[in-house]
Write a new protein. Structure first.
Length: 263
């Protein structure tokens, strides 16, 4: 009897265990102390108040830090959103939103981020930085330009698919070798961001993978920029797996994107 009760207790505890992919939302109020050497740097933010991409964030933060240093820029990776203040953002040229998800900024922090972009600051938003957990109008209009509606699941969750490059001469896409069929979690969106004034750089060929009837878009953008922003803004839906950040083509795109966003 005691053994049965013990097992029931263990099962109840297991069922009540928090999902590490869905951390409790928190808001940061005390900004970190930045190294004095940070000037014209690259800020890498992986704060998650929505779905947390445990699989890739640790590795991608290392890769992105390395890319920034290869470009001769100091990098600072953090999950403390209180860094979104005018004084500290002024020390960076680019903010990389590395699968930052959910409403992770307070209203004053979001306003500081908007001022950063309006002053010409660059933004490189990756993967979950474009999911539907972001609802603030300025963020949706400036960073995303469309609405995430889902991705294939179960056996079709991660699939190889062919990338089509719309703008091969754009600085972000320079040097990408085709054909390119990376394995990834393929995001679908409610509409083409080009309809909102975005410039699509690359698409995924839906005939090369199984999107499912509800997620098929026909013309399926995967990387785009916002030419109407004062700062250079780029979004890439790629990057669910850690291996993505070791793909030579994707590393080149990330390098190009940070360089381009930093002007």
């Amino acid at each position: 009897m005691f053994r049965i009760i013990g097992l029931i207790g263990l099962l109840a505890t297991a069922q009540a265990a928090p999902n590490p992919h869905l951390p409790k939302a928190t808001f940061d109020t005390v900004a970190p102390k930045l190294p004095k050497t940070i000037e014209r740097g690259v800020l890498i933010v992986s704060k998650t108040n929505g779905w947390r991409h445990l699989e890739h964030i640790p590795h991608s933060n290392v890769v992105l830090t390395g890319i920034a240093r290869e470009l001769g820029r100091p990098a600072y990776a953090t999950e403390n959103a209180a860094i979104f203040n005018d004084e500290q953002l002024a020390r960076f040229s680019v903010v990389v939103l590395n699968s930052a998800s959910g409403q992770f900024l307070t209203e004053p922090q979001r306003a500081a981020f908007q001022r950063f972009v309006d002053r010409g600051g660059g933004v490189v938003a990756l993967h979950a930085a474009g999911d539907n957990s972001h609802v603030a109008p300025w963020y949706v209009d400036t960073i995303i330009g469309t609405k995430f509606i889902g991705h294939p699941g179960d056996d079709d969750h991660i699939q190889p698919a062919r990338i089509l490059v719309d703008q091969p001469d754009h600085p972000v896409m320079k040097g990408v070798t085709l054909p390119w069929t990376p394995k990834d979690e393929w995001y679908s969106f409610s509409g083409d961001p080009a309809a909102k004034g975005m410039t699509v750089l690359a698409r995924v060929d839906e005939t090369s993978y199984r999107p499912g009837a509800k997620l098929a878009m026909g013309s399926h953008p995967i990387i785009w920029t916002n030419p109407n922003s004062r700062g250079r803004v780029i979004y890439s839906a790629l990057g669910h797996t850690p291996e993505s950040y070791d793909d030579p083509n994707y590393r080149r795109i990330l390098t190009n994107a940070i360089r381009w966003a930093a002007r």
